[in-house]
Write a protein of this length. Structure first.
Lengths: 261, 556
């Protein structure tokens, strides 16, 4: 059983966020990063499936700058067998889900795998689209919001989370892509021996040119116009006059301005 | 609970990834490489490639590093002669000012006092600096393990043979969770404790081996600081201000700093001596009050507070330094009180201490003897070095303030003129022993202090800006050995000063109709160690929480 896990690195949850000067995204100068939570569960699920199956490998795939190596190393320390890091300034052009999925798909073209896991959605943009577009691009069957994974021969049974406490079991043929929901399992800790062993594992750095990709090919179809903090819109108005008149005015305002009556 | 533990063998184990240990690890790899090169040429004995491990409780290297800081580059220049090429420094020190503050005015120092002269030094972020050193160590092959605190010392008879790391995955009731991962016994030929101030393993070791016998008790200060982002260049990078006086009372040691950093960041903080008398003193509140001084209210006008942190520092110096070595173990840096309390600088001394420890470890490796016979050469080296010299010259500095500020300034002045010589050795007692019983109707020190969320901030607001996080489902890491004292004696005698001295609102006395009890919000803890130091009954024992917990002092 070979499983590919796509990892994204995102700002740490307790980060103090500030909007960047260009108002397009956050100021990343003093931010610490970590593996996106759902991706950490996806990795854990892959490791557990491999352990249950007794053979095969877990391959980590991540796109991003130098700092992403820290999360890749963490994945290798926890037990992934090898990693592919898409690391090149050209990949910076992939700023939307479709661009990222195109790059990941190109990197998986020559890989042999039974399953691809991604997190359900990332903790920063939260698009929840990279996994699905990747599945479509590679021609894989897919299932989202996965809470349980049971491979059975050539197919895989998965439990999907629906609304209001409902679940659904579906069976899809492998190879398949599953987007994993946080909380599907309990995350293990990296051990000292795991961290030592990770140093000897393969961490392949891949450039855009190696995949035949150009900045042009990764152009986003969707761009962020503006990032801003929610604007507080509390307004206080004091209605003057005699109580009876003021009350009548208040009812009028509630009816026609606030439209709550 | 019978736990099967793994053992990991290392040549050298260093506990704590701060300036002392990272300098030690880096210097040792350099020394071994130099030795082997020479041995190859002379046909001498080469050492095998060393296995060096640095364990660190923080989630990433540097996350728990907090200091002013102004760095004297004297030792860094020895460790990395071309550091200026890529060291992530803010700026060389430029304009320097020193003031004695009164409530509304400022008296400039007539001359820049020699210990506060910083020409040739650099304003740095200790977090950035330590991350940079950590990268150099990793590139040199040193194994750095973040998220692994040292839990207890491992002994063979009385010789230290290593350290057990903390267990992971224990729930709040002390039961192992499904993902429980037991701590590992890391055994090493030499274990180096560079844990920083009031290290939890250092505390165990000093007690076990009585390495502080015959020394003065250590005295501490706690530094509380914020970073501010400014809209303009009103305080250029490299500018520095130091103050003494207001708002601290004359029985409270301390002073402030304001340093200009890159990108229009102002770094402002206040150090408060942890040997004050009034149990109501709250270092965080003193700092908030300090910022309302016209000088700083104006300086910070229009800026935005972006980070907060607090950390204790050992200021006792020469007479408080423990014997730093024993069979198989060395203590370096702040853990061994190498900070110069007069200059309020400990980074350059920690770096030098690390380098001297590395030189001693090389000798031990060559002799294949890790007993105190060889390791004790470190203490001689340190005392004969320029670090020893500056610590000896300032040996009476903090002791002079034992009787209050006015006497202290006078004695310290004499001591500076005489190179540290005084007619008699000054007595000193532990900081918490200075705390006096509360006055029955003592005035509220902070009655005038208002939090406007622009210039001044409530403690909990500030804690948010320290980016502190701990897994809530773990045992409390602040062990109060007898909570009966809290609700009875301490309430009467001191009014539960833990609520005041903790700069992170960890301790809270909670009252309902029937009872009054101590509530510990351990997940707020910024690992400053003030409680372990200043608790008047010495019943608080700080132990490391699960690895990875604590503040994140990014760029502080």
């Amino acid at each position: 059983m070979n499983i590919v896990v796509c990892l994204k690195q995102v700002p740490k949850k307790d980060s103090i966020l500030r909007i960047a000067a260009d108002q397009k995204w956050i100021d990343d100068r003093d931010i610490s990063y970590e593996m996106s939570e759902a991706d950490a569960y996806a990795l854990e699920e892959a490791l557990r499936q491999r352990e249950k199956h007794g053979s095969g490998e877990v391959i980590v795939l991540a796109l991003g700058p130098e700092r992403v190596r820290q999360s890749i190393k963490e994945a290798l320390a926890k037990g992934a067998d090898r990693a592919i890091h898409l690391h090149d300034d050209i990949f910076n052009s992939a700023t939307d889900a479709a661009g990222v999925a195109r790059a990941l798909a190109a990197a998986l073209k020559d890989e042999k795998f039974d399953l691809v896991f991604t997190g359900l959605q990332s903790d920063d943009y939260g698009f929840a689209q990279v996994g699905l577009i990747l599945a479509e691009t590679l021609g894989l069957s897919s299932a989202t919001i996965v809470m349980e994974v049971q491979p059975e021969g050539d197919s895989v049974r998965v439990k999907r989370e629906l609304e209001s406490g409902w679940f659904q079991w579906v069976k899809i043929p492998m190879p398949a892509l599953l987007t994993i929901q946080s909380g599907i399992n309990q995350l293990r800790y990296a051990t000292l021996k795991g961290i030592m062993a990770a140093k000897k594992k393969e961490l392949k750095e891949v450039k855009a040119a190696d995949l035949g990709l150009t900045a042009q090919a990764l152009q986003p179809a969707q761009v962020i116009e503006k990032a801003y903090l929610p604007i507080k819109s509390k307004q206080t108005e004091i209605i003057a006059g005699k109580p009876a008149e003021a009350a009548a005015k208040l009812v009028e305002k509630l009816k026609f301005d606030a439209r709550v009556l | 609970m019978n736990i099967e533990r793994e053992t990991l063998e290392m040549d050298v184990l260093l506990v704590g990834a701060g300036p002392a240990n990272l300098s030690c690890a880096l210097h040792l790899t350099n020394l071994v490489a130099q030795h082997n090169e020479k041995a190859k040429a002379d046909g001498g004995r080469q050492l095998h490639e060393l296995n060096i491990a640095v364990i660190e409780k923080a989630a990433e290297i540097g996350a728990h590093q907090l200091s002013g800081a102004v760095l004297d580059p004297i030792s860094l220049r020895e460790l990395l002669p071309d550091f200026e090429k890529d060291a992530p420094f803010e700026a060389p020190v430029g304009d320097e000012k020193v003031y004695f503050l009164t409530a509304s005015g400022k008296i400039p120092a007539p001359i820049l006092p020699p210990p506060l002269r910083n020409h040739g030094n650099y304003v740095i972020s200790l977090n950035k600096f330590v991350r940079w050193l950590g990268d150099k160590c990793e590139a040199a092959g040193v194994n750095i393990f973040p998220e692994f605190p040292g839990w207890e010392m491992l002994y063979d008879n009385n010789a230290v043979i290593g350290v057990r790391t903390g267990d992971k995955g224990i729930d709040k009731n002390g039961k192992p969770k499904a993902v429980f991962e037991p701590g590992v016994d890391i055994v090493a030929k030499v274990t180096v404790l560079g844990e920083g101030v009031r290290g939890s393993l250092t505390k165990q070791l000093l007690k076990q081996l009585k390495l502080d016998a015959g020394k003065d008790p250590q005295v501490y200060s706690v530094g509380v600081k914020e970073l501010w982002e400014m809209p303009d260049d009103r305080f250029p990078a490299g500018s520095i201000i130091h103050t003494m006086g207001w708002p601290l009372d004359s029985h409270t040691f301390g002073g402030s700093w304001v340093y200009g950093m890159k990108d229009r960041i102002i770094n402002i903080g206040l150090a408060v001596g942890l040997d004050y008398r009034d149990p109501k003193i709250d270092p965080h509140h003193e700092f908030q009050k300090f910022k309302t001084h016209p000088l700083f209210a104006e300086l910070l006008q229009g800026g935005k507070m972006i980070r907060y942190g607090a950390k204790a520092m050992p200021v006792g110096g020469w007479y408080t330094m423990p014997k730093p070595t024993h069979d198989g173990v060395m203590i370096i840096g702040d853990s061994a009180a190498t900070l110069n309390g007069e200059r309020l600088k400990g980074i350059h001394t920690a770096i030098k201490a690390g380098m001297l420890a590395a030189e001693t470890i090389l000798e031990a490796l060559l002799a294949d003897d890790y007993s105190d016979k060889i390791l004790s050469r470190y203490e001689t080296r340190l005392k004969e070095s320029y670090v020893g010299k500056e610590l000896y010259q300032t040996r009476n500095f903090h002791q002079a303030f034992d009787k209050g500020r006015n006497m202290g300034l006078m004695i310290a002045g004499i001591s500076t003129l005489t190179g540290g010589r005084l007619p008699t050795r000054l007595p000193i007692k532990a900081g918490h022993e200075h705390m006096q019983h509360q006055q029955a109707n003592g005035a509220d020190r902070y009655a005038d202090l208002k939090y406007d969320d622009k210039l001044t901030f409530a403690k909990l607001t500030d804690v948010y800006y320290s980016s502190t996080a701990h897994d809530e489902d773990q045992p409390c890491h602040l062990h109060v050995l007898d909570t009966n004292i809290c609700i009875d004696r301490c309430t009467k005698e001191f009014g539960n000063p833990c609520q005041h001295f903790c700069p992170a609102s960890v301790y809270e006395m909670v009252e309902d109709k029937e009872s009054r009890k101590l509530h510990i919000n351990f997940s707020n803890c910024v690992h400053c160690k003030t409680c372990d130091i200043m608790d008047p009954y010495q019943i608080i024992n700080w132990v490391p929480p699960e690895g990875g917990g604590g503040p994140n002092y990014r760029n502080m």
